[in-house]
Design a protein around this ligand. Structure first.
Ligand code: SF4
Length: 197
């Protein structure tokens, strides 16, 4: 087991806070042995201080991204502390990659805490309807997951300047329903290739 709390990929620095996740998606990178080229399994979760120490001077990066082999907003207090410190010290752009379920999972409001700290939120939509979502994501939240995700996307627009939703191009994928839904939600759509992060 390694403990990689921060790792660069091209001109971005990625922060790895947790392996906890309410979902078990069929396409999860955690199921892909090669992963992103780093061992992102944690044998313990880092404190905000440890993440900041691992990140170091981030002024050269285009963006700092909270992600990990798990759902970073499950540890939203650490996201807030680290994003706040990095913004204050370096004025760096901050992005959070999320499955959009942490509020429903923790039964807690998180988005208002991110206001002014997070520039972009990239939310895994994964499907344009609840049945497909359940089939792909196997959420421990069950049928509650998809409506919670949609309301998280809508709410994100209130607190975060740029909201992007993503879907994975699994075999037989038709992008049209996702395009339509993203348009209705008023957010950008990104189509990720299968096994891409
Ligand atoms: S939500 Fe993300 S981390 Fe969680 S199982 Fe799905 S792809 Fe993996």
């Amino acid at each position: 087991m390694g403990n990689v709390f921060a790792y660069p990929l091209e001109d971005r620095l990625y922060l790895n806070l947790t392996n906890q996740c309410p979902n078990r998606c069929v396409f999860c990178i955690r199921n892909n042995e090669k992963g992103v080229g780093y061992d992102l399994w944690l044998d313990r979760e880092p404190s905000a201080e440890e993440v900041l120490a691992a990140a170091g001077d981030v002024s050269a990066y285009r963006e700092v991204v909270f992600c990990g082999y798990g759902e970073p907003l499950i540890r939203w207090e650490v996201v807030v502390a680290v994003a706040g410190a990095l913004k204050a010290r370096y004025g760096v752009k901050i992005r959070v990659n999320t499955n959009g379920l942490a509020e429903a999972f923790l039964k807690q409001r998180i988005l208002p805490r991110l206001q002014g700290l997070v520039d972009t939120i990239s939310i895994s939509l994964n499907a344009a309807d609840a049945d497909t979502y359940d089939r792909l994501c196997h959420s421990c939240l069950g049928p509650e997951a998809y409506p919670a995700l949609l309301s998280f996307i809508r709410e994100s627009k209130v607190y975060i300047p740029r909201v992007v939703v993503s879907v994975v191009e699994i075999p037989g994928f038709d992008p049209e329903p996702a395009r339509k839904l993203a348009e209705e939600l008023g957010v950008e759509l990104r189509i990720r290739s299968y096994l891409q992060e």
